[in-house]
Design a protein around this ligand. Structure first.
Ligand SMILES: [Zn+2]
Length: 313
């Protein structure tokens, strides 16, 4: 699904509503308040007073409420037209390196604050749940703050750098988890939460992993010593390294700086997109479904404290 198709398919509010209804009610429109299928359609002129042109009336005696395809979803309380929401979702799904609020502001012709809030709410919907990673799983950590200070920026001590722990199935799914420190006490529970005890763990020679696998993944831990070589047959951590470099290109190239408060959401977005790289259409669908299900992320919550950096993006 490319942007031209998206523009064509979701050019009007009506088209977006059709899509939303089909996604939300695959078995026919049912009342969002009581769940009955016994509803009637009301068509009216959309305007200042009536936001949606198409609403439904529940015919159940006890209920009798009105609703639309956006009722109870994030799309209901927004002043932004559905067409712009859909366009934004398509663009963010499409952007391999991520999409900054600045870019979205330009493309959609909305103000910066709206674009920024939109980005974060869509990102919030890009979440992978899921079971254990299995097979051969590469794990490694990476420091996101560049070692060399950037122009006009002070040097950042190693302890203060943002760290992300990455785990990836060979030929499969990716997880990126921000961690506070590359210590065993912090890494171990994350590995345990995401990697099957039956998996083969592949890491570099970092001592932490050696200590962890003294009692976990015993006999199923393969180590590549980077002081000697970067690959020994299929003993390597190149898959996770590639994912890291893609993440960094996105963070440095598109977002310039990500405040630690939002790092988790950025990581989710990257792994979500990475895990659906072959399925653009499903990605759009599942993001949209998550948005209709999820809670709205209020602007207030996003800007609470320490997001001054972020808002410069
Ligand atoms: Zn009802």
């Amino acid at each position: 699904m490319n942007l031209i198709e998206t523009t064509r398919q979701f050019a009007t509010d009506d088209q977006c509503l059709d899509y939303l209804e089909a996604a939300r009610w695959p078995n026919g429109v049912c009342c969002v308040h009581c769940g009955v299928l016994n509803v009637s359609t009301i068509t009216r002129k959309a305007g200042k007073k009536n936001k949606r042109a198409r609403i439904y009336q529940c015919l159940e005696k006890e209920c009798g409420k009105q609703f639309s395809a956006t009722s109870g979803t994030i799309f209901n309380d927004t002043h932004l037209p559905l067409t712009k929401w859909f366009m934004a979702i398509a663009m963010i799904c499409e952007a391999k390196k991520g999409m900054s609020a600045k870019q979205l502001e330009r493309h959609l012709g909305v103000n910066y604050r709206t674009a920024w809030h939109l980005c974060h709410r869509i990102r919030e919907a890009m979440q992978d749940g899921g079971d254990f990673l299995t097979g051969v799983v590469e794990a490694d950590e990476t420091y996101l703050t560049p070692k060399k200070p950037r122009k006009g920026k002070p040097y950042v001590k190693k302890e203060k750098r943002d760290i992300v722990l990455g785990m990836i199935e060979r030929g499969g799914r990716l997880r990126l988890i921000p961690i506070a420190d590359a210590k065993r006490e912090i890494i171990e529970p994350v590995l345990e939460a995401h990697i099957s005890p039956d998996a083969t763990l592949q890491t570099d020679g970092h001592a932490t992993y050696g200590i962890i696998t003294e009692h976990k993944w015993v006999g199923k831990h393969r180590v590549i010593d980077h002081n000697r070589s970067y690959a020994w047959g299929d003993v390597h951590t190149n898959t996770i390294e590639n994912a890291f470099s893609q993440l960094k290109r996105g963070i440095y190239g598109t977002f310039h700086k990500v405040s630690i408060k939002h790092l988790g959401r950025y990581c989710n977005e990257f792994s979500y997109r990475f895990n659906r790289r072959e399925q653009q259409l499903q990605m759009f669908d599942s993001t949209l479904k998550n948005l209709t299900r999820g809670e709205a992320l209020p602007y207030r919550k996003l800007v609470s404290k320490s997001t001054i950096d972020e808002r410069q993006q």
